[in-house]
Design a protein around this ligand. Structure first.
Ligand code: ZN
Length: 406
């Protein structure tokens, strides 16, 4: 059975990597569920030769995917700072004021839009999760509890609500109806409006062996080439692009109505992607072999440290951590526990591997000799927070792109 490409509809998708059936990466377990069977779903990465989009084949229905979704408002310090800088910059560059409107799709708890309010710029969030929409309202960010798509955008436009600036951070990778959301963006933008869109960059995924960013919530892994084709289908165009370090390497796109001249950076990145071979399957062909080499290295290192009598734990009960542990088969035989700053995760257990999740203070109390850093995308921030543990001789293992002791 072949599934069509989520962007162009081609059915000639080519396999890149199979991570096998894995449990849902955010489905943390309560103690009462440890002995119940856990559903597993295939995790197969494929390439579309027609439009260059990389994607997984399985679409887990949202009601299954989000049934146990842990409340996610505890953004890292890095993300909060990045959101404020972006809001201040766009308000300045676009000359936003009291008659402007900034929309955000999947606005979460208002972590980004809140930064426009001190600047006197009206905002509106669109957030499907009721608890997050309430949290946003609580901090003064007007929020509609709804799924974003063409119909919602047309409703807003009928109310006279179209955006000078529209934010969509980590939205496109998550939606099954990719074209429906992009069409909605086209409808929701004023004629001279600008959409600021952030997506993980497939080039960083492949070249830095970040295979653990693959999980069922991430349906698509974008190149600029694939995005340009997607937007062109909806009379939009990438006006400018930046590479940003967030989430292991992302693209920040500035998208406007088709017709504007793309920036030099856009032209150069499209040329660079073609030159790197990213428009053909061959670019992706050795990825599976490199992931397997990483598995041998990392598991070998952990087993050796364990055999030498060390105690090992992990940091970050994150979705990417779940992929890494389940795909590499690293479990309770090697790791004693996982720590996480989120109080909602503490007291629960990791999917598939069933490691107990404890508060970060457990590192100082139990003093494992080594900690596997599963949230390596926030390495700098976490290493700084864990100065006391490190001062006592504790060491971190950063798993990708290759295992490294710090
Ligand atoms: Zn395609």
């Amino acid at each position: 059975m072949s599934v069509p490409c989520r962007s162009c509809g081609s059915e000639a998708l080519q396999p890149i990597l199979s991570l096998g059936p894995t449990p849902l990466a955010n489905a943390l377990l309560g103690a009462d569920r440890l002995h119940a069977p856990e559903p597993r779903y295939p995790l197969d990465l494929v390439f579309c030769p027609a439009c260059s989009l990389v994607q997984i084949t399985e679409t887990v229905p949202p009601e299954v995917l989000f049934a146990e979704y842990p409340y996610f408002s505890s953004f890292s310090d890095t993300m909060v700072r990045s959101a404020r800088e972006l809001a201040e910059r766009l308000a300045r560059e676009r000359g936003l004021g009291p008659r402007s409107l900034v929309l955000e799709i999947a606005s979460n708890d208002g972590y980004l839009l809140q930064h426009y309010r001190p600047l006197g710029v009206p905002v509106l969030g669109i957030e499907p999760a009721a608890n997050l929409a309430r949290a946003a309202e609580g901090r003064g960010v007007p929020t509609r509890c709804a799924f974003f798509g063409r119909a919602l955008a047309e409703g807003l436009a009928a109310e006279g609500l179209r955006a000078d600036v529209l934010h969509a951070n980590n939205v496109l990778a998550h939606v099954a109806d990719l074209n429906g959301v992009v069409e909605g963006i086209a409808v929701a933008l004023k004629d001279d409006g600008l959409a600021a869109i952030e997506v993980p960059y497939v080039r960083d995924l492949i070249e830095r062996c970040e295979f653990d960013t693959i999980y069922h919530e991430h349906l698509c892994y974008f190149s600029l080439t694939a995005l340009a084709a997607l937007f062109a289908r909806h009379a939009l165009a990438v006006a400018d692009v930046e590479r940003i370090p967030l989430h292991g390497g992302s693209l920040r796109l500035f998208v406007a109505r088709a017709g504007a001249e793309p920036s030099v950076r856009v032209k150069e990145m499209l040329v660079a992607e073609a030159a790197a071979g990213m428009l053909a399957l061959s670019y992706y062909r050795d990825f599976a072999g490199r992931v397997e080499a990483l598995r041998r290295q990392l598991v070998g290192l952990l087993r050796r440290l364990k055999a030498e009598g060390n105690r090992l734990a992990a940091y970050g009960a994150s979705a990417k951590g779940s992929t890494l542990l389940n795909v590499f088969g690293i479990g309770a035989d090697v790791l004693d526990f996982v720590v996480d700053r989120s109080t909602v995760k503490q007291g629960r257990y990791t999917p598939g591997t069933h490691l107990p999740i404890l508060p970060p203070e457990a590192l100082l109390e139990r003093r494992p000799e080594y900690v596997l850093l599963l949230t390596w995308n926030f390495a700098e921030e976490i290493l700084a927070q864990q100065a006391a543990y490190r001062a006592q001789g504790g060491r971190f293992i950063i798993p990708v792109p290759e295992p490294r002791l710090v």
